[in-house]
Design a protein around this ligand. Structure first.
Ligand code: DGP
Length: 123
């Protein structure tokens, strides 16, 4: 699947669409989800053009991969929900159609600030 430059997160990265920013560095941008599912619902996205986790792991550089995964923990710390300064959180990444992915730019959801509950709810 080729990368769609017009996906909403690409527009956010280019500054064409606003976001409620939490954290940014060379490798990642993090912002609050527009449709929060939990008390805290953040998104972390890589700066590079990767459609999903498989694309990222197959094509990103080691620096990008390290920067992205370190970024997840930096964001959790900033939100006060990491193991070091809070009660923990859940990450989730939807991949492809069966995974329920809507936006075709790799993103990790971060849920926290309350008990997150069952890992997978059938509906
Ligand atoms: P997923 O289903 O994993 O692809 O989740 C996409 C998430 O992106 C969904 O929870 C809603 C969020 N989202 C979609 N459009 C926007 C937007 O324009 N701004 C922000 N902040 N979040 C968005």
């Amino acid at each position: 699947m080729s990368y769609d430059n017009n996906n909403i997160f690409a527009k956010i990265l280019r500054g064409e669409v606003p976001c409620d920013k939490i954290y940014e560095d060379e490798y990642v941008l993090s912002f609050y989800d527009v449709n929060p599912q939990k008390k805290i619902h953040a998104l972390v996205i890589p700066k590079g053009k990767y459609t999903n986790l498989d694309d990222f792991n197959e094509n990103a550089s080691e620096k990008e991969i390290l920067g992205f995964f370190r970024g997840v923990t930096l964001v959790a710390k900033k939100l006060g929900i990491s193991i070091n300064n809070g009660n923990g959180y859940r990450t989730l990444s939807n991949i492809g159609s069966d995974g329920g992915q809507e936006v075709p730019h790799l993103h990790f959801h971060i849920f926290g600030g309350e008990k997150i509950g069952k890992m997978v709810k059938n509906d």
